[in-house]
Write a protein that binds this ligand. Structure first.
Ligand SMILES: Nc1ncnc2c1ncn2[C@@H]1O[C@H](COP(=O)(O)OP(=O)(O)OP(=O)(O)O)[C@@H](O)[C@H]1O
Length: 571
């Protein structure tokens, strides 16, 4: 409910359109009732052969009524749709701005196809909130009350019939429909989410599916998901049409009751017969306003669910409290890192990935983290990038990372991950991503520093860097890291695809660049670690040794043995 209030707040930014939709809706409703009432009265009067001018005057009233009805209906549609589309556009911008900051975290938590489909679908579902949930009941109530007031001058029993009709078609039947429809709607949402995830997997995994000859199988799964989705949609459509028919049948029964009760009142002398046709005609039109109420609870539910799902993603953005005062301290100086008792498990994982990790990385130092595959090295970097939250204390320059906004952390770091994304465009476009202040000359120098001088700035990069080799991608990622501002280097196997010669050149360039900065280098290889200030050895999510290269070799512990194994393999 709180989430719907937020949607309403966005909606009321279009106050004028909201009020005009209700006003025009009310005028259209009352004009329709007046039109039908005048028609009924005209039919009765015509039977009594009144003077011609009376008939002409009444026909003129009917004409004017229909004219007013058409115009105000147009006004209602115009303003209600304008309010809705402006509200949707405001919501999209609002969510995009929030999600932009949370991108990496969210895409790890949710499957990307699923998340995008959810957000697009949920924002679209909210178009029904104003059009079918918010203002139609207000218009219906206003038209009903005004009509009932008018009818009460003629027959109290018909007022009671109208109230009964309102209760049935406006409240009881919609509530019953809603209960039945809820199940079907949730199945439609589920199938839509499965289909969009399958589609996203199909696109992203196209190459692997082709190589492993699984295209046909995946294609069948996709078609099956699509068919299930269509079937659920058909079922939903069929149910809502049948509900509307039942509601219409009930409104016809009410009109029939008005005929019976009105005829009795005329025969008892309680009602002048000339008004009977008018009251019957009113009953025909009045319940037209109650027909959309059949779908009110469904749209209400759908809007509430959509809003709460949207805002649940949004909440994660709000939970990130920014302490502006700490921004300067943390981002402008060369960071030191301290981790005390860090324990972490990935969401839904059974085991801890990190257990009681203690690490001290002084400002400006060069640290290597080594250890077997799966020992938790990359995970530690992810925590430093604030992609996940852990238990224990993690300090950056003495400030708890919990008190920092993710953006502050990213602002101070230069990152090369195991997999780096490259955008369709040129080498220059991809380099300018991190620092658009660089001139062409700067960029050419940058390429030389990372051993990519064979590239020109205008060379094409295909989608996701498909036309670059693994080593070229790593060097380009390193160039981007050098170009980016910041004093904390987080490097996760940045040279794993490079030959030893290029690797050495690259490290030379890197350490020259990062002379005064804090560097954390995750590496499988143990060669070249002699110059690091500190080596942290991890195994099974725990830090098992820490020290300089010399200390660790003298200790003859785990690192020493790894080094012996590496030597024997190389020899
Ligand atoms: N997103 C994730 N969800 C669940 N488990 C994960 C996730 N990412 C990594 N893990 C698990 O956490 C453990 C540590 O992974 P991590 O990538 O930190 O290891 P690593 O030491 O960097 O390995 P490598 O040297 O192979 O890159 C592994 O068992 C891995 O399966």
């Amino acid at each position: 409910m709180r989430e719907l209030q937020s949607v309403m707040k966005t909606m009321f930014q279009q106050k004028r359109d909201v009020v005009l939709s209700i006003l025009f809706g009310f005028i259209a409703g009352i004009a329709a009732v007046g039109l039908f009432a005048a028609n009924g009265y005209l039919i009765s009067q015509a039977a009594l052969e009144p003077p011609l001018y009376v008939l002409i005057a009444m026909v003129a009233v009917v004409k004017i009524g229909s004219f007013i009805r058409a115009l105000s209906r147009y006004g209602e549609r115009y303003y209600s749709h304008r309010a809705t589309f402006t509200m949707l556009s405001d919501l999209r911008v609002h969510f995009y701005e929030k999600l932009e900051k949370l991108g990496p975290t969210l895409f790890q938590k949710y499957r990307s196809g699923d998340l995008l489909a959810r957000i697009v679908g949920d924002v679209e579902s909210l178009q029904n909130f104003f059009l079918r949930v918010f203002y139609p009941p207000i218009v219906m109530a206003l038209v009903f009350l005004s009509t009932i007031l008018f009818v009460s001058f003629y027959s109290f029993s018909i007022v009671l019939v109208f109230l009964l009709g309102l209760l049935l078609t406006g409240v009881l039947i919609p509530a019953w429909f809603a209960k039945k429809q809820r199940k079907v709607s949730s199945r439609v949402l589920e199938e839509r989410s499965v289909l969009s995830t399958e589609t996203a997997e199909w696109f992203y995994g196209f190459r692997e599916l082709t190589i492993h000859q699984k295209q046909r199988e995946k294609h069948h799964q996709l078609v099956a998901a699509s068919e299930r989705y269509i079937k659920e949609q058909e079922r939903e459509g069929l149910q809502s049409v049948s509900y509307q028919s039942i509601n219409s049948a009930v409104t016809l029964l009410i009109s029939w009751l008005v005929i019976v009760i009105g005829a009795l009142a005329v025969s008892n002398g309680q009602l002048d017969g000339i008004f009977l046709a008018m009251l019957i005609m009113i009953s025909f039109i009045l319940f037209e306003h109650a027909v959309p109420m059949a779908l009110f609870p469904i749209h209400y539910d759908e809007s509430e669910r959509a809003a709460s799902r949207l805002y649940s993603v949004n909440k994660e953005a709000d939970q990130e409290k920014i302490e502006e005062t700490k921004l300067t301290n943390v981002s402008k100086s060369v960071p030191s890192i301290e981790a005390n008792g860090i324990t972490f498990a990935f969401p839904e994982a059974i085991r801890n990935t990190l257990t009681d990790v203690q690490v001290k990385i002084p400002s400006g130092s060069k640290t290597a983290i080594v250890g077997p595959s799966g020992s938790g090295k990359s995970t530690l970097l992810k925590l430093l990038l604030k992609q996940y939250e852990s238990t224990g204390d993690l300090f950056v320059n003495g400030v708890s990372i919990n008190e920092l906004h993710q953006e502050q952390v990213w602002e101070m770091t230069k990152v090369v991950l195991q997999e780096n994304h490259f955008f369709y465009g040129t080498i220059k476009d991809n380099l300018l991503l991190t620092n658009d202040q660089y001139t062409d000359e700067d960029l050419i120098q940058l390429l030389e520093r990372v051993q990519l001088s064979h590239f020109s700035l205008e060379d094409q990069v295909l989608e996701r860097g498909q036309n670059l080799s693994g080593g070229e991608k790593q060097r380009l990622a390193m160039a981007r890291a050098i170009a980016k501002k910041g004093h904390l280097w987080l490097l996760d196997e940045p040279t794993s695809s490079l030959d030893a010669w290029t690797e050495q050149r690259l490290y030379e360039a890197l350490f020259k660049e990062a002379k005064d900065d804090t560097v954390i280098l995750v590496s499988h290889r143990l060669a070249g670690l002699e110059n690091m200030d500190q080596i942290i050895v991890m195994e099974n999510g725990k830090v098992i040794e820490t020290g300089s290269f010399e200390q660790l070799m003298n200790n003859e512990g785990y690192f020493y043995h790894l080094k012996q194994i590496e030597k024997s393999v190389v020899a």
